[in-house]
Design a protein around this ligand. Structure first.
Ligand code: SF4
Length: 670
């Protein structure tokens, strides 16, 4: 019978275990669903006969919280969770988030900052010499020295800062089994230096064959450009066919060695992993807190692929999963969909069928399966490579088969669709038609991100003309279907390369759209992306050419405000940005051209049923003022006069400086 893995000593005893083989410490709540990395890794180990116990979100202030189980026979596994803990905790403005979808009840603060490091330190204090293996997105993207946006510093490999013994990067199913087998055979963890997709510590690198020596950590601290060079070498070594071991030196004789990536899973292996006996929900112990919010989006979604050859500069997917797309079979996906329909809370809707990119159902080209992906060229950028085989027929038939399953009312596609890949397909219209007719509801979200060629070049995104051609086709198809649906663009502000003038150009584009897009994201320098390296170093690591980087909080606020220029609270920022960009021509009353009027229009509450109330309030205010004046008496007469004059000059809701300007010019604030 299917059951959750043990979360307590009683659960463990009920299974007749004296000790677990592995204890898995996780920063997220325990959700046994294939969308959660720790669920996959623990079920893979279980399928190989290993006993895994779970400690989810231990109290990081108390080392006893990792002592729930006896010392594990083979070691601890640690993951910060499905997201980097810092991205999970903070907004792009470094303000704490108030919610956490991966925690029971959605409350924030149940995991520490830099969770991997904190958990490892707790474990090392309590269980000396017990092997600790780290993985998950946080460990993967911080596997070598990296820029950390939140501390605004270069940080060492997380393997050193955490004190863990071994790090698995990328998707770890094959690596964890090799490691478990090695430990089970009695091998010392420090001798496990040969597993693909892992990073280890070394004092001697003479045995590392064909390794590339990266700039050492001290030189990264001294010279940002060295980091740009180092990162690009790492980026070019993410393909399992061609990648070399990478060596990074710390001090005189300490090294971090990154083995080449693990090979992609075959379709059969991918199916097998997703058909393990997951409970497909959160542990019942969270029921009292209202459950784990993240389950809502994923419970009725299907993962159909992995890997991405999209190559957007601000995305870490290439660095984590690689560019080679791996897919699950139709049979496996249908089996999972049928099982979903049996769930009591299934309402007939499959929320998504996708992965990093929804419509990638095959590797970009045949060549890469034998020789690897091109290290110096992207598959879709700057143009679609002539070797790309753009074909949506398999995805179309998969969607058709899924929506034919009894009890399925609708199958949505919510993962991102690559419009440039769609347009590269000779049968692009067939896919757009299928998508519009059956798989969206009113709108399709796609990600052009910007419109200026210079910014798109930095982002690794296609020219705006490709997006326009896609929109045209989308509209034509909807017209022929007699459907009223539209494309909603995701836009990004303040990406490296974006000047204030570029942001104004984007605002003009938004003006011509006729509505204000809600999906605006400030560029967020998350670990180990090309864009983050640009942000930190000021150069594009692909060319080492200088890049303009909007860094000050004020400029970033202006760039964002420009995209949402219709928001009344953005008026001052937009006005300042337009003047700075020498675009005062966009301040005026011509609504077809101008972004804002010369003055903000003040809101005047119409006189109505609240009139009496307002008058009463005013009277009370006046009385209070009078009482205060009388109390202060004559001693501050002059001062009071000045203050009341200033207040009279200050229009509602404006800063005093602005009020003065308005008064001087003699015009009423509007
Ligand atoms: S040949 Fe083209 S499609 Fe194939 S890996 Fe290279 S860039 Fe990508």
């Amino acid at each position: 019978m299917k059951d959750f893995l043990p979360v307590s000593i009683n659960d463990m005893k009920a299974r007749g275990w004296d000790e677990p083989d592995f204890v898995y410490v996780i920063g997220d709540a325990y959700v046994d669903h294939s969308s959660f990395g720790p669920a996959i890794i623990s079920r893979v180990l279980e399928s190989r006969g290993y006993r895994v116990a779970i400690i989810a979100q231990p109290d990081f202030r108390d080392e006893k919280s990792v002592q729930v189980f006896p010392r594990p026979r083979l070691g601890f596994l640690v993951s910060a969770g499905n997201m980097d803990s810092m991205v999970n905790h903070y907004t792009v403005n470094k303000k704490p988030r108030h919610e956490d979808a991966y925690t029971p009840g959605g409350v924030a603060g149940k995991r520490p900052d830099y969770a991997t490091i904190v958990y490892c330190n707790l474990i090392k204090k309590s269980f000396k010499n017990c092997p600790v293996i780290i993985g998950g997105i946080e460990a993967s993207l911080r596997r070598l020295a990296h820029y950390d946006y939140w501390s605004d510093k270069m940080k060492r490999s997380i393997l050193l800062d955490s004190g863990a013994d071994l790090l698995i990067y990328g998707m770890g199913e094959l690596a964890i089994v090799e490691i478990a087998d090695a430990l089970n055979s009695g091998m010392n963890v420090s001798d496990i230096t040969y597993v693909a997709g892992t990073v280890y510590k070394a004092r001697d690198i003479s045995g590392v064959e064909g390794g590339i020596v990266l700039p050492d950590f001290d030189s990264l601290l001294e010279d940002k450009l060295q980091y740009a060079r180092s990162f690009y070498t790492q980026y070019q070594n993410t393909d399992y066919h061609t990648a070399k071991p990478l060596i990074e030196q710390y001090g005189q004789s300490r090294y971090i060695v990154q083995n080449p990536p693990m090979r992609p899973l075959t379709t059969q292996e991918f199916d097998d992993v997703y058909e393990l006996p997951y409970m497909n929900t959160y542990h019942p112990m969270y029921e009292k807190d209202g459950g784990v919010p993240a389950i809502k989006e994923i419970k009725f979604s299907l993962t159909s692929n992995r890997g991405c050859f999209g190559g957007c500069s601000f995305c870490a997917l290439t660095f984590h999963q690689g560019r080679i797309v791996q897919v699950r079979s139709h049979e496996s996906l249908k089996k999972e969909a049928v099982a979903m329909t049996e769930e009591p809370d299934f309402k007939g809707y499959i929320h998504d069928v996708g992965g990093p990119t929804a419509d990638f159902r095959a590797p970009a080209c045949a060549k890469q399966l034998e020789k690897g992906v091109c290290p110096n060229r992207q598959c879709l950028f700057p143009d679609v490579c002539k070797n790309v085989k753009a074909d949506h027929s398999d995805y179309i038939s998969l969607l058709r088969e899924l929506r034919a399953i009894p009890k399925v009312k609708k199958v949505f596609v919510r993962s991102g669709v690559r419009f440039d890949y769609v347009m590269a397909d000779k049968n692009d219209e067939a896919f757009i038609r299928e998508l519009c007719k059956y798989h969206i509801s009113g709108q399709l979200r796609v990600a052009p991100e910007h419109i200026c060629p210079s910014v798109l070049k930095m982002m690794g995104k296609p020219d705006n003309s490709v997006y326009q051609a896609f929109c045209k086709k989308f509209d034509a198809v909807n017209k022929s279907l007699n459907m009223d649906q539209y494309v909603v663009p995701y836009l990004m502000s303040s990406h490296p390369g974006s000047t204030l003038k570029d942001a104004v150009a984007l605002a003009e584009y938004v003006r011509d759209l006729g509505y204000m897009p809600e999906q605006v994201q400030d560029f967020y320098p998350t670990p180990s992306t090309i864009s983050t390296v640009m942000y930190y170093t000021g150069v594009d690591p692909r060319t080492m050419e200088k890049v303009y980087v909007p860094k000050s909080a004020h400029e970033k606020a202006m760039q964002r405000a420009l995209i949402q220029y219709r928001e009344p609270s953005n008026y001052e920022l937009v006005k300042e940005a337009l003047l700075k960009a020498d675009r005062a021509d966009l301040i005026g009353f011509d609504k077809t051209k101008c972004l804002i009027p010369p003055r903000k229009i003040e809101y005047h509450k119409p006189e109505g049923k609240d009139k009496a109330k307002d008058k009463a309030k005013d009277k009370t205010k006046d009385k209070t003022k009078d009482r205060a004046k009388a109390k202060d008496g004559a001693k501050n007469k002059a001062g009071d006069k000045d203050k009341s004059l200033r207040n009279a000059q200050k229009p509602l809701g404006r800063k005093s400086g602005q009020g003065k300007r308005d008064t001087k010019s003699g015009r009423r604030a509007r």
